[in-house]
Design a protein around this ligand. Structure first.
Ligand code: SF4
Length: 275
């Protein structure tokens, strides 16, 4: 059973390497993706529960953001960099929704990325904002695999429906295919099936990324592999420990993704960010 608590944040409009700013209305993420890079954030929270098993709800986030947008230079805000802003608690709290509205009204650009179909609730704001984009992560169309690697997120089918609806409403859309997991979702069959389906969508771009072994990711992957794919444990250990092996893997992945993009007629829209 996950631990959830309400907290008060001092600041929510944070400088970001991804965009000018990021806003995270939650600390922690109950989607609990096996490859999540944000798990290192736990050390700042005082929680002892594992990543994916706790959630801090920043209940004053809209009030804090409303102050901060008047004090900081306008720019682009990424929702959200260290949590999913549309995870299930957002249905009740509507913090991300209120922050989107505040950002749009203050003239800030908005980028979003989610694995939750709940974002369709906020298409009214995104479609009327002067500069907004909606992104969904899709790593596989295999639903039984998706449930294992992104247990509490929406199905890929539901995310695709969100993208279709957003495009119909004139919102700029993109797909984030990442991270592709060695031997699991980076297989030719998985990438081909995804790209065949994604080529039918009217999305503006498709970003593809590799797995990064940031803090805690290897341990999480090894635990996952122990349960589902023990034969891959030595492969992951080698990729983690041997920089040349990892570089060769990334080069090979990039070539394969380029080939499959061309076959799917997606070369104009696919951007491979695994460099
Ligand atoms: S949705 Fe994003 S932040 Fe949440 S667990 Fe998954 S990868 Fe991490």
């Amino acid at each position: 059973m996950a631990v959830q608590r309400e907290i008060h944040a001092k600041s929510v409009l944070t400088k970001s390497g991804i965009s000018d700013y990021s806003v995270n209305c939650y600390s922690g993420c109950l989607h609990n993706c096996v490859y999540c890079y944000a798990r290192y954030m736990r050390k700042f929270t005082g929680h002892v529960e594992p990543w994916g098993q706790y959630l801090d709800v920043k209940i004053n986030a809209p009030e804090v953001l409303a102050r901060e947008v008047t004090r900081k230079p306008a720019g682009r805000i990424f929702f959200s960099s260290a949590c999913d802003g549309w995870q299930s608690a957002e249905r009740k709290y509507e913090l991300t929704r209120r922050c989107l509205k505040i950002a749009a009204d203050a003239g800030f650009g908005i980028s979003t990325l989610t694995k939750s179909a709940l974002i369709s609730r906020d298409l009214d704001i995104l479609s009327s904002a002067p500069d907004a984009s909606l992104g969904c992560t899709i790593t596989t169309l295999d639903e039984s695999l998706r449930r294992k690697i992104e247990p509490a997120a929406s199905s890929s089918t539901d995310r695709i429906r969100v993208l279709e609806r957003a495009s119909e409403m004139g919102v700029r859309t993109y797909i984030f295919c990442g991270p592709l997991l060695p031997g699991i979702t980076d297989t030719p069959g998985n990438i081909e099936a995804m790209f065949a389906r994604l080529s039918q969508l009217n999305v503006n771009s498709i970003l593809v990324d590799k797995l990064n072994f940031r803090s805690g990711v290897l341990e999480s992957m090894l635990e996952f592999l122990g349960r589902f794919q023990p034969r891959l444990i030595p492969v992951y250990r080698k990729l983690y420990l041997d920089p040349q092996e990892y570089e060769a893997y990334v080069d090979n992945l990039r070539v394969r993704v380029e080939q499959i993009s061309r076959s799917a007629g997606l070369e104009e829209r696919v951007e491979i960010i695994c460099r």
